[in-house]
Design a protein around this ligand. Structure first.
Ligand SMILES: Nc1nc2c(c(=O)[nH]1)N[C@H]1C(S)=C(S)[C@@H](COP(=O)(O)OP(=O)(O)OC[C@H]3O[C@@H](n4cnc5c(=O)[nH]c(N)nc54)[C@H](O)[C@@H]3O)O[C@H]1N2
Ligand SMILES: Nc1nc2c(c(=O)[nH]1)N[C@H]1C(S)=C(S)[C@@H](COP(=O)(O)OP(=O)(O)OC[C@H]3O[C@@H](n4cnc5c(=O)[nH]c(N)nc54)[C@H](O)[C@@H]3O)O[C@H]1N2
Ligand SMILES: [Mo]
Length: 761
């Protein structure tokens, strides 16, 4: 049977179809370590797909704002495309005329699918740019705290730093000691936004081990880096440990004063803080040991080893997805500077090895073209994770990166390509916030929790049901993503949907520029050819299915090598031209919860203020899927326990609660409760439980914001406050819970079936 190549965020695959369904998924032949997540593509054709445009019953009968507490409760009425598009266009028009375009929230955060043309977020921005704009979002759930703090410390954007990480081959040859906070999880490098042709992290890690690199994994979870020495650490306390490593470097006279004098500013003030000169508390290993649960001896000897070896210090993004999440990243930079190895091959710091496939792959790609966006005529934007705050508190004041801001009043929420009822913290609070707007419009392939809580749902095709070209700039493969099966039901692409709305709002010509989707794909491909002379004509590429870009000239990077070589000729774009270990900008802005140098601040919830029966919940990325996508798919479903997400717990904590492998537990706190399956595992430190994200939110009573979720979704429990008044990033990792055995009958899962759909009367 013929095979057709496709690209997903979790890799490239060759698909076999019978014309209607995918019957087999084969790994791409050039991928040395393909991800099993791809097997879930076989579950593309499933009753959970949205079949036809659907409108919430009360909204259809009574108009905008009708019974918002019935979002998620009301049945849906299927309508034809013209009716749905007419309703949506009229409502967009009503809101913009009555309240102004800033009353539309089209932040629409989310990963959607791979593919350069059918990139949902680009179409949202393009469409709203043409009809007067909308309130949008800034930064990401992935690394919002880093996105705001890093430019003040290193001058460059966080994205620049990510793309310029020291490459793995350099680490293999030069690094002697690799100390990683949050490990280098293989599970996460399965994924790369936009896709990757080859998964290389395992190869690099094997080469490191062969070359004798010593790994230390400072993490609550052992298998974040199984080949490492494991230093279990209480969640959200990394900053204290890093400060103690700096303290020990000072005490043992290991600090590279020359480096600090030449390349940094603010060391004296940081050192005074670390030594306790101002507050009388030296940040020494005994101090840190009590906070972090790490033996003081381990800290002292690690500090000595780091100074006497070529050392790479790394932090995973999870560290900054927590209360005061700006601090651990800033502290890692400071530690790298104290060791004086920044800019040397294999030394210095990393801020995200192992988070996604591209970090450290060394590749500088020819940039790939995207659908041209349009400038947003509305200047309003919010930090992405403040969405519930915005909806609950219109007119409310907050600070962000040195500015005082006010939340706009939102009447219409528009979402295409994301699942806020997956990604947001404290879902009960979001349920309440979601009742505020007059109207919510969602484009979705699936009946997700977000689609179920919309007023108008447009069914969207999956990449398998449309043509596209796929590739992500930090990878070297460009893949022809050919349609392999017909669209499910009446599903259309985001492009077709926005074209229909654009027509009704008088901007069809501007939105489409007269091109069909096929013509846009060719148009994008011609832009690839202008930049990459080796790219063959479109027909040849389409036939072959893949084009690999030529190797980049600087495949082996060393982060900040130029700066180190000549800090005068190559200053950093900070106010001082150097790495800022103390920031005048932050001192002047005085954001709540973010002092002007890296510092330990107690998180709102952590083991240091827990009741004896509380545990710290880590809600990390799932190894069996991407976020909430294909949660029902085989790669995800086969790892569940009785259809619930699996929570890992240490044997001591399990024994204290009478829990055994395979049990079901209720995990709860003041914000909510969820049911999960139990896996007893001594690879999770005592006091901590791990419940990955992504199980589809499934409340027993969808009308009750604090209802028991029966699927194992950790976001009914997580904490919804900004990291600080600086970045206002998400703080998902800051969360205490209690756990008990579930003894009653197991409530049925409802969100594995579509919502109630009734015929139009
Ligand atoms: N507790 C906790 N919560 C977290 C995190 C955490 O660590 N802990 N991590 C956070 C992070 S880093 C992230 S990035 C977010 C991820 O949050 P999201 O990106 O919102 O999660 P996804 O499940 O990928 O949602 C994408 C949605 O787009 C839909 N989709 C796919 N293709 C298309 C398309 O072509 N068009 C349209 N219109 N829709 C499409 C999918 O069906 C899916 O519902 O979660 C965040 N939430
Ligand atoms: N398979 C798969 N891979 C993914 C994704 C996915 O959904 N599925 N999502 C992708 C996305 S959008 C992103 S943003 C990245 C996220 O990349 P990360 O943020 O790095 O990923 P996480 O899995 O949340 O966290 C990594 C590890 O950090 C540890 N950890 C948690 N809290 C702490 C802490 O306080 N201190 C220390 N030292 N360690 C801690 C946890 O044990 C966890 O396994 O992953 C990407 N990769
Ligand atoms: Mo992310």
């Amino acid at each position: 049977m013929a095979r057709t190549l496709t690209l997903t965020h979790w890799g490239a695959y060759e698909l076999e179809t019978d014309g209607r369904r995918i019957v087999a998924v084969h790994p791409f032949g050039e991928d040395p370590d393909p991800s099993p997540i791809g097997q879930s593509l076989r579950d593309h054709d499933h009753p959970l797909r949205v079949r036809r445009p659907s409108v919430r019953k009360s909204w259809l009968e009574h108009g905008p704002g009708a019974d918002p507490h019935l979002r998620g409760v009301d049945p849906f009425v299927e309508v034809d495309w013209d009716t749905a598009l007419d309703l949506a266009a009229a409502e967009i028009d009503r809101v913009r005329r009555t309240y102004g375009n800033q009353a539309i929230y089209a932040g629409s955060y989310g990963w959607a699918s791979a593919g350069r043309f059918h990139h949902a977020q680009s179409h949202v921005r393009r469409f709203f740019g043409l009809i007067g704009g909308a309130t949008v979002k800034r930064d990401t759930y992935s690394h919002a705290a880093a996105e705001v703090i890093i430019p003040h410390v290193l001058g460059h954007s966080y994205e620049w730093v990510q793309d310029n990480h020291t490459s793995w081959p350099v680490i293999v040859r030069h690094t002697e000691l690799f100390v990683s906070f949050g490990g280098v999880p293989r599970k996460n490098s399965q994924v790369q936004a936009g896709g990757q042709g080859r998964h290389l992290l395992s190869t690099y890690l094997e080469q490191c081990v062969e070359a004798g690199v010593r790994f230390v994994n400072v993490s609550p979870v052992r298998d974040d880096l199984p080949e490492a020495e494991w230093v279990p650490i209480r969640p959200n306390t990394d900053t204290a440990l890093i400060l103690a490593l700096i303290h020990e470097s000072i005490r043992q006279d290991l600090v590279d004063e020359e480096f600090l004098a030449r390349y940094t500013v603010g060391w004296d003030r940081l050192a005074a803080y670390v030594l306790g000169e101002a507050d009388g508390t030296p940040k020494d290993p005994e101090w840190a040991g009590a906070i972090c649960g790490v033996e003081p001896d381990v800290v002292s000897s690690l500090a000595a080893d780091m100074a006497s070896h070529r050392t790479m210090v790394n932090g995973s993004w999870s560290l900054q997805r927590s209360d005061h999440g700006e601090q651990p990243f800033w502290a890692i930079v400071a530690l790298g500077c104290a060791l004086g190895q920044v800019g040397l091959p294999g030394g210095g710091f990393g801020l995200g090895y192992g988070t996604v496939g591209s970090v450290g792959n060394g590749v500088t790609r020819i940039p790939l073209p995207s659908v041209p966006r349009r400038p947003n005529p509305v200047s309003e934007s919010i930090p992405v994770a403040r969405v519930a705050d915005m909806l609950l508190d219109p007119g409310g004041k907050y600070t962000y990166d040195g500015e005082e801001r006010v939340y706009p009043e939102i009447h219409l929420v528009y979402w295409a390509g994301g699942n806020p009822f997956h990604h947001h913290q404290d879902l009960g609070r979001l349920v309440e916030a979601w009742r505020r707007p007059d109207t919510i419009i969602v484009h979705e392939p699936w009946w997700t929790a977000t689609a179920r809580r919309a007023d108008i749902v447009f069914p969207v095709t999956l990449p398998l049901e449309r043509d596209d070209i796929g590739g992500a700039p930090p990878d070297d493969y460009l893949i022809a993503m050919r349609q392999v099966v017909p669209p499910y039901g009446e599903a259309r692409s985001d492009y077709e949907i926005f074209s229909g709305l654009a027509q009704r709002l008088g901007v069809h010509e501007e939105y489409t520029e007269g091109r069909s989707a096929d013509e846009w794909i060719r148009w994008l491909y011609e832009r690839v050819r202008q930049r990459d002379p080796a790219a063959p004509p479109f027909e040849v590429f389409w036939e072959r299915g893949v084009h690999r870009q030529p190797p980049s000239p600087e495949a082996e990077k060393v982060l900040f090598a130029d700066f180190r070589a000549d800090p005068v000729a190559n200053p950093l774009p900070t106010p001082s031209g150097r790495i800022e270990l103390w920031s005048q900008y932050i001192a002047d802005a005085e954001p709540e919860g973010c002092p002007p140098h890296p510092a330990w601040l107690e998180p709102a919830e952590w083991l240091g203020n827990a009741e004896p029966d509380q545990l710290h919940l880590i809600s990390n990325q799932p190894r069996t899927r991407l976020h909430s996508q294909f949660d029902h798919g085989r790669a995800s479903a086969e790892h569940k326990i009785a259809g619930r997400e699996v929570m890992r717990i240490h044997p001591d904590d399990a024994a204290a609660r009478g829990l055994a492998d395979g049990d079901i537990v209720r995990v709860w706190n003041d914000r909510g409760a969820t049911l999960a399956g139990v896996r007893v595992d001594d690879g999770v430190m005592p006091g901590v439980v791990e419940l990955p994200t992504g199980a589809w939110y499934d409340p027993v009573d969808p009308a009750d914001p604090r209802s028991l979720d029966v699927a194992g979704n950790p976001n009914v429990l997580t904490y919804d406050r900004g990291t600080s008044g600086l970045a206002q990033g998400p703080s998902a990792m800051t969360c205490l819970v209690r756990v008990e055995k579930w003894v009653g009958p197991l409530p049925e899962r409802r969100t594995i079936h579509p919502p109630e759909i009734i015929a139009r009367t």
